[in-house]
Design a protein around this ligand. Structure first.
Ligand SMILES: [Zn+2]
Length: 355
């Protein structure tokens, strides 16, 4: 099996499936469809205005377990799309985020013996895009109701049971220009905007000492027309991460309070991911992992997001669970080949033990 997984992962890495490369993403999906053509799996393509998804099932009934991956990657250099094996590591763009895992998921569904839990695999091509929603659209369009979903992002075999939600806020202040020597004749858009940002940064919800806490980051700030003019316009973006519904409520209340006619506010809210720790399938996976790794598997909380949020949003139990690797979204990205093999075995055991 190592050979199949490694070979397939290497083939997938060769497609430069970045956000702007529609052709490569299409070719990669077609390659997967072709790879599975003799497998009797049912494959459906879902196309949305932003991204696409491949939905693969081994059943005519409703799948019980859903595996989720993405084939898109963040941009790399030309050399990053030429996979390399050094020792026990597979190097290349997307090796761990997440073409290595996608190769495993494909082999799992391809080889799942008859009589095991009805299985589905959802692959999307827009997970790295901030506006990506192919997974959400697929859940809605196909009315997906799996009992349990595994999202295959790298977790080093830990179980991620919580991921923060995101709110991207764009603030645009419209002031009034004047000569900077006579500021009283204008309305300084930058000053006004900074005051609004400070108001948001001073909300009590950021003051908690909890390790898993909401955060607010000013990510862009621009404004002003000339060195000797009072700025007429200013724009800023804030990237906010929230950990629960109460955080979100306090934040949205705070945003309401800064409203005024000269300020335009744009808000894009993405859901958070959470699953009860006593979920029976999560517990079953944990037990299996404890035995496999000979240690107690940790439940983790993560500041970053994944497509798991759309399953949570739909009220479906989901966990983020994946193999070992490093340097995702960075130079020298790699996946541990032995961990890909173990990942295959664990998923197989999980599906086989379903009753
Ligand atoms: Zn990823």
């Amino acid at each position: 099996m190592t050979k199949n997984i490694t070979k397939l992962a290497k083939q997938l890495i060769r497609f430069p499936t970045t956000e702007d490369n529609q052709k490569a993403k299409k070719q990669c999906f077609n390659f997967i469809i072709n790879y599975l053509k003799n497998s009797r799996l049912k494959i459906k393509k879902i196309i949305t205005p932003i991204g696409s998804a491949l939905y693969i099932t081994n059943t005519t009934t409703k799948p019980i377990i859903c595996l989720v991956g993405h084939i898109d990657v963040v941009p790399g250099n030309y050399a990053d799309y030429i996979p390399k094996i050094i020792g026990n590591k597979l190097f290349g763009r997307g090796a761990i985020d997440m073409k290595g895992s996608v190769a495993v998921l494909i082999e799992v569904i391809k080889n799942a013996p008859a009589g095991t839990a009805p299985l589905s695999l959802l692959l999307v091509d827009d997970e790295e895009k901030s506006t990506g929603t192919a997974a959400r659209v697929a859940i809605q369009q196909l009315n997906l109701r799996p009992h349990f979903t595994i999202v295959a992002e790298q977790t080093d075999f830990n179980l991620v049971t919580q991921q923060k939600g995101t709110v991207n806020v764009t603030l645009t202040y419209r002031g009034r220009a004047a000569h900077s020597a006579e500021p009283q004749n204008g309305v300084n858009a930058l000053d006004k905007l900074i005051a609004k940002i400070t108001q948001l940064q001073n909300l009590p919800l950021w003051k908690t000492k909890k390790k898993f806490r909401p955060t607010i980051s000013l990510t862009t700030l621009a404004g002003g027309e000339a060195k000797n003019s009072i700025p007429a316009t200013a724009t800023a973006t804030l990237n906010i991460r929230y950990t629960n519904g109460e955080d979100k409520r306090q934040l949205l209340n705070g945003i309401k309070k800064i409203k005024e006619p000269r300020l335009k506010i744009g808000c894009v809210v993405k859901p958070l991911m959470t699953v009860p720790k006593n979920n029976c399938n999560l517990q079953r996976l944990k037990k299996l992992l404890d035995v496999f790794t000979c240690q107690t598997t940790a439940f983790e909380k993560s500041a970053t997001g994944s497509d798991a949020k759309y399953f949570s949003e739909a009220g479906l139990p989901v966990v983020v669970f994946g193999p070992i690797g490093r340097n995702y979204h960075a130079k020298n990205e790699w996946a541990d080949l032995k961990s890909l093999e173990s990942y295959y075995s664990i998923l197989n055991q999980f599906i086989n033990s379903y009753s």
